[in-house]
Design a binder for this molecule. Structure first.
Ligand SMILES: O=C(O)c1ccccc1N[C@@H]1O[C@H](COP(=O)(O)O)[C@@H](O)[C@H]1O
Length: 243
């Protein structure tokens, strides 16, 4: 039975050793929120069951924060979804070895389809694919390059057995303008796999609207800027989506 309550995944995105939020995922738009471990512990203590942890330097190709991020995963008692720069056997092995619950692949799903098919077959539910889109065009390499059509890629990944998708509307990400509910409905209609919504959450009303999409296939929501900007507390968010 799929869960009836929307899962919430507070985000900790790490750039140059700091927890940051970006606007539209654009490098150079960072607002810093300090120590990533402190941020992660704060969300865990506030009742989070999941953490969405991103190595932004690895995603942008400007280095990595791998050891620091592994330390954050090790310090957590909650489930961790780990992403950023997981593109080959070595980076995948390092990511899985942190003990994270699952990894989320972006660029690799666009540029290395055969490798992704193999690791989906090998690791099943521990692999999610991030479908980061502008309109219906996928973006990779730190969201700087086009990577094909959303629905063609979704069909291929479904065929290969991908367990779930993390869908980000880049136009909404970091803007506090509300999630793209229409996009999420369309993706849910195109796949029977669970979808984690990402981008734009600004209010408890947004979270309730996403919770209304649980029967359609939205399993969870990543919440970033709204929590850091204190639009609401995580406790309020968890209460808002409890069904
Ligand atoms: O989360 C962001 O703000 C973000 C911005 C720009 C690029 C990537 C971003 N996040 C996540 O990084 C992974 C993709 O990394 P890769 O392409 O596999 O190296 C994906 O989860 C994005 O959602």
């Amino acid at each position: 039975m799929p869960p009836s309550t929307l899962e919430l995944l507070p985000a900790v995105d790490v750039r140059d050793g700091q927890a940051v939020r970006l606007v539209h995922g654009e490098s150079g738009t960072e607002t810093s929120y300090g120590d990533p471990l402190q941020a992660a512990v704060t969300w865990q203590e506030a009742g989070a069951e999941w953490l969405h942890l991103v190595d932004l330097d690895a995603a942008f190709g400007t280095g990595d924060n791998r050891e620091q991020i592994a330390g954050v995963v090790r310090a957590m008692d909650i489930k961790v979804e780990l992403s950023g720069g997981i593109r080959d056997d070595a980076s995948l092995a390092a990511a899985l070895a942190t003990g994270c619950t699952r990894v989320n692949l972006g660029t690799a799903a666009l540029e290395s389809p055969q490798w992704v098919a193999r690791i989906i077959a090998e690791h099943g539910d521990r692999i999610a694919v991030g479908l980061d889109v502008r309109g219906t065009t996928l973006r990779g390499r730190g969201w700087t390059r086009d990577g094909g059509d959303l629905y063609e890629t979704l069909e291929r990944l479904d065929r290969e057995g991908c367990a779930r998708y993390v869908v980000t509307d880049i136009a909404k990400d970091g803007t506090l303008q509300g999630p793209n509910l229409q996009l999420l409905k369309e993706v849910c209609a195109a796949t029977d796999r669970p979808v984690v919504a990402s981008g734009g959450v600004s209010s408890l009303a947004d979270l309730r609207a996403l919770a209304d999409l649980v029967p359609a296939g939205v399993e969870g929501a990543i919440v970033g800027k709204a929590l850091y900007a204190k639009a609401f507390t995580l406790q309020e968010a968890l209460a808002a989506v409890a069904r």
